[in-house]
Write a protein that binds this ligand. Structure first.
Ligand code: SAM
Ligand code: SF4
Length: 347
């Protein structure tokens, strides 16, 4: 494998990038979220429609293109890559990609490869992920009630996700549980879910729903403010703010009663864009500078038509275009500014 100058990737070993990715607001972009598929084995009600139209497989970046594009970002100073989707582990060749990326840790500026997953495939893959150098997985789990899980995921089995969590834990992967706060659906069981996760030694992050794409319900019916949830949790729990900065959008607290960490991601009620350090690449090679905006650049076309130099030039353009902040609105009657779902952009 060669880098954009034609040198082997190892030639970039440990040297700081010549031209780091810095946007117009002075933010260093060091984190790439890389979506490998828009497909999924679940159909979460807040994420996609019951009958989504998935992209034809011919539209997807090939394994080689995914690796080349990842190298272009690594050469410009990206130190963390999160593989996501859709459900990343349903893509057939995803483990080869992760192994390729894992092999770059330490020999390039890449420091971490991690994964966001619904965990259903982890009993098969957890050991291989750990062997590839993955240390942490974010696992999405919105409820511990099997019937609610089946309803929210439109047919998923809670036992499959729990088995995946056990497999990740047994393989030595550090698990973080991500939970979307949903009006009525899990509003009254979040405390139980957090206590369970902390009891297993897992950090937990609650996420406010974002108006991404059309789903079969109104966003205003799904949205639950984390300010409300926090106030509710504080009836009985002490949440001590922590200064932990992950470069991510979560604000962390220690729950004194459980000893665990609780992150709150509040795109709607408390904007976190000032510290944004990330961009997102879809499985078709579209680079989105912001999850909540429509601006994008076609890295697949650049790669296919102009090679790695054209990709590198587009990365400069991306830095000029990265907006200061998103513009989400979940009020009743609002139509989503962003037509693509989280599964399409890469969560
Ligand atoms: N399938 C994997 C999973 O569920 O973890 C990875 C992709 S999924 C799109 C990534 C994350 O996005 C999940 O934690 C999911 O709960 C979250 N998500 C999906 N749609 C969302 C929305 N409209 N608002 C907020 N979070 C959303
Ligand atoms: Fe699939 Fe993840 Fe979307 Fe649920 S949130 S439908 S698991 S991509």
């Amino acid at each position: 494998m060669t880098g954009r100058t034609g040198k082997p990737v190892d030639a970039f070993a440990q040297t700081p990038p010549a031209r780091p990715l810095i946007d117009h607001f002075g933010r260093h972009i060091t984190y790439l979220r890389l979506s490998v598929t828009d497909r999924c084995d679940l159909r979460c009600v807040y994420c996609m429609k019951a009958r989504p139209e998935f992209l034809p497989k011919s539209e997807l970046l090939t394994l080689e293109e995914l690796t080349q594009l990842a190298d272009a970002f690594i050469a410009r100073g990206v130190s963390k890559i999160r593989v996501t989707g859709g459900e990343p582990l349903v893509r057939r060749d995803v483990m080869t990609l992760i192994e390729n990326l894992g092999a770059r840790i330490g020999s390039t500026g890449l420091e971490e490869v991690c994964l966001t997953t619904n965990a259903t495939q982890l009993p098969r893959f957890a050991g291989r992920l750990a062997a590839a150098g993955v240390k942490r997985v974010n696992i999405s789990l919105d409820t511990l009630d099997a019937a609610t899980f089946a309803r929210l995921t439109r047919g998923g089995k809670l036992a499959d996700t729990l088995a995946g969590i056990d497999a990740a834990d047994a393989a030595g992967l550090k698990v973080k549980i991500n939970t979307v706060a949903l009006k009525d659906d899990n509003e009254h069981s979040l405390r139980q879910l957090i206590a369970w996760a902390h009891g297993r030694g897992f950090d937990t992050t609650l996420i406010e729903i974002m108006p991404l794409g059309e789903v079969d319900a109104a966003r205003s019916d799904q949205f639950l403010s984390l300010a409300e949830v926090k106030a509710d949790l504080e009836q009985g729990w002490t949440l001590t703010p922590l200064s932990d900065k992950t470069g991510g959008p979560a604000r962390y607290h220690r729950v004194e009663e459980t000893g665990g960490r609780l992150g709150l991601i509040t795109p709607l009620t408390e904007n976190f864009c000032a510290g944004c350090n990330r961009v997102r690449l879809t499985c078709t090679g579209q680079l989105y500078m912001c999850l909540g905006r429509n601006g994008r650049l076609d890295l697949r076309a650049a790669l296919r038509e102009g090679g790695m130099d054209a990709v590198d030039a587009l990365l400069d353009e991306a830095m000029a275009l990265k907006p200061e902040a998103h513009d989400f609105d979940v009020s009743a009657g609002a139509s989503p500014e962003v037509g693509r779902t989280m599964a399409h952009t890469g969560g």
